[in-house]
Design a protein around this ligand. Structure first.
Ligand SMILES: *[C@@H]1O[C@H](CO)[C@@H](O)[C@H](O)[C@H]1NC(C)=O
Ligand SMILES: *[C@@H]1O[C@H](CO)[C@@H](O)[C@H](O)[C@H]1NC(C)=O
Ligand SMILES: *[C@@H]1O[C@H](CO)[C@@H](O)[C@H](O)[C@H]1NC(C)=O
Ligand SMILES: *[C@@H]1O[C@H](CO)[C@@H](O)[C@H](O)[C@H]1NC(C)=O
Ligand SMILES: *[C@@H]1O[C@H](CO)[C@@H](O)[C@H](O)[C@H]1NC(C)=O
Ligand SMILES: *[C@@H]1O[C@H](CO)[C@@H](O)[C@H](O)[C@H]1NC(C)=O
Ligand SMILES: *[C@@H]1O[C@H](CO)[C@@H](O)[C@H](O)[C@H]1NC(C)=O
Length: 425
């Protein structure tokens, strides 16, 4: 053996030797978090390790699980995991001062993988959300998975069953790939799964793909600070669209850049593509594209507002601000589908009259609504938009031409949707 080969071989052996695997233990009827937390506290599984929830085991995650800072660690969920089914138990834990912020928390670290199972019968995480939705219980609801401040991370093959509320959040992380994940936040009883957001993207350099999300809020939400976010080849059903924002709340300075959302099937949703920034905000959202979106039964396929406010607090404020979150280079391209304009239809999240999502002056037949703030929007274009309404009445648009000076790809008025040459190109 040559010295070089010998060195390579010893290196490979030392690498192999350095890998640790722990199979998480389970005790019937007990909470499995404390034993795992104790094993993790030894530090033996913080680097170069696999943490395995074994197939064939039904684990009880009855208290929140906060993982240590990991380097080269994979958490594999091949068994079934269950939250407590009792609402009050969860509320007490979420309300306590020691609650880490999510039921499952990963924060910091490098090369961290959260991996579920491709076996249909195993690898599900059951949040028992149905009882919460039925009771319309919104006090002390847990966030699901915090995947924060991680450099190089993977979330794959995860399957969430009836989560109580918010699912994955990647705030402050960098270089994340999230794929083949499934979220089933669908109610069987007609109650509404409020705030069951799918992915909250709050970092840089992220690719979300091949995810299937059925829920009652944003499928994807992109927050301030996000840059280079790519979301593609996914299905979003039942929720509130692929959204940027809300940005600029309380006059804050927003910064979102380079977002590409493409090849998405949107079904039975309130919104398709959405952007919202608060009245009186500041900062910039630029270079955001939504393209190749197929939508069925969607109420607001394209909705942009720079005048967002909390409808719960009363009528739209008469803003005295002379500025707003600027938007620049927005493109909505290749949207094909049907608008839900069924007479009397009320989306499940509507609990007031008028509904929180109602737009003054809208007819429900708008394929696009651009509610812009004067002198703060440039180069926002919708092109190749093909839609019909469920009632076969003509498709409309809402746009105020005194809020934007550039061609938006359709006649900017409150009237029929009429593409301009730019919108047909
Ligand atoms: C982890 O593995 C890497 C090789 O992948 C090695 O360089 C490093 O020393 C290992 N760290 C520990 C703490 O074993
Ligand atoms: C990253 O972690 C995975 C395990 O999840 C491991 O197989 C891989 O070698 C690690 N990458 C590096 C560069 O250490
Ligand atoms: C695992 O959990 C899912 C979701 O609750 C359930 O449908 C499935 O039957 C469970 N698997 C087994 C083997 O019980
Ligand atoms: C716009 O964003 C895309 C990613 O969606 C990126 O590839 C492109 O370089 C960005 N363009 C500019 C001018 O920043
Ligand atoms: C308005 O906001 C933009 C974007 O943040 C900023 O560049 C500009 O300086 C602001 N103008 C005023 C008058 O505050
Ligand atoms: C805003 O101004 C209009 C017209 O002056 C007025 O009718 C409305 O009540 C005002 N809204 C609020 C929230 O003050
Ligand atoms: C259009 O926008 C201008 C400028 O903000 C505003 O003064 C006007 O009231 C708006 N028109 C309608 C119909 O909303």
């Amino acid at each position: 053996m040559t010295p070089a080969r010998f060195l390579l071989l010893s290196y490979l052996i030392s690498c192999a030797a350095a890998w640790s695997t722990i199979t998480v233990s389970h005790t019937e009827g007990q909470d499995d978090t404390p034993a795992l937390a104790a094993a993790l506290a030894t530090g033996k599984f913080s680097t170069n390790a696999t943490i395995l929830f074994a197939k064939g085991t039904k684990y009880n995650i009855f208290t929140p699980l906060k993982f240590p800072t990991f380097t080269n660690v994979e958490v594999r969920i091949e068994g079934n995991l269950s939250y407590p089914s009792d609402i009050a138990t969860v509320q007490n834990l979420v309300g306590s001062s020691s609650f880490p912020g999510a039921w499952f928390t990963f924060t910091g670290g490098t090369n961290v993988t959260l991996r579920g199972s491709t076996d249909d019968d195993w690898g599900w995480v059951d949040g028992h959300g149905q009882a919460w939705w039925d009771a319309n219980e919104q006090t002390n609801r847990p966030h699901g998975w915090a995947f924060s401040k991680i450099t190089t991370g993977v979330i794959r093959d995860m399957k969430l069953w009836k989560p109580v509320a918010w699912n994955f959040a990647t705030s402050g992380s960098k270089n994340i790939h999230a794929y083949n994940n499934k979220i089933v936040a669908a109610s069987d009883t007609g109650s509404f799964p409020f705030n069951t957001d799918g992915f909250s993207a709050g970092g840089t350099d992220m690719l979300f793909e091949n995810n299937h999300i059925q829920n009652g809020d944003d499928c994807l939400t992109v927050g301030s600070g996000a840059k280079n976010i790519h979301f593609r080849n996914s299905v979003c059903a039942g929720g509130h669209g692929v959204s940027i924002g809300s940005l600029g709340n309380g006059g804050s300075v927003a910064d979102v850049q380079n977002v590409l959302i493409e090849n998405v099937v949107m079904k039975d949703s309130l919104y398709g593509a959405r952007f919202k920034s608060w009245t009186g905000g500041n900062g910039l959202a630029r270079n955001i594209t939504w393209k190749n979106i197929a939508f069925t039964n969607v109420m607001f396929p394209i909705y942009v507002t720079q005048n967002y406010w909390d409808q719960g607090t009363g009528p739209r404020p008469n803003s005295s601000s002379t500025n707003n979150t600027h938007i620049q280079d927005f493109l909505f391209e290749n949207f094909v589908g049907t608008i839900n304009d069924k007479p009397g239809f009320v989306e499940g999240s509507c609990v007031s009259d008028p509904c929180w999502y109602s737009v003054e002056g809208a007819t429900g037949k708008e394929v696009v609504i651009f509610d812009l703030y004067p002198n703060t929007a440039t180069n926002i274009v919708a092109k190749h938009i093909v839609a019909t309404t469920d009632t076969f009445s003509p498709v409309r648009a809402m746009c105020n031409s005194s809020t934007i000076s550039t061609d938006v790809g359709f006649k900017c008025w409150d009237g029929l949707f009429i593409p301009t040459a730019k919108g047909r190109l």
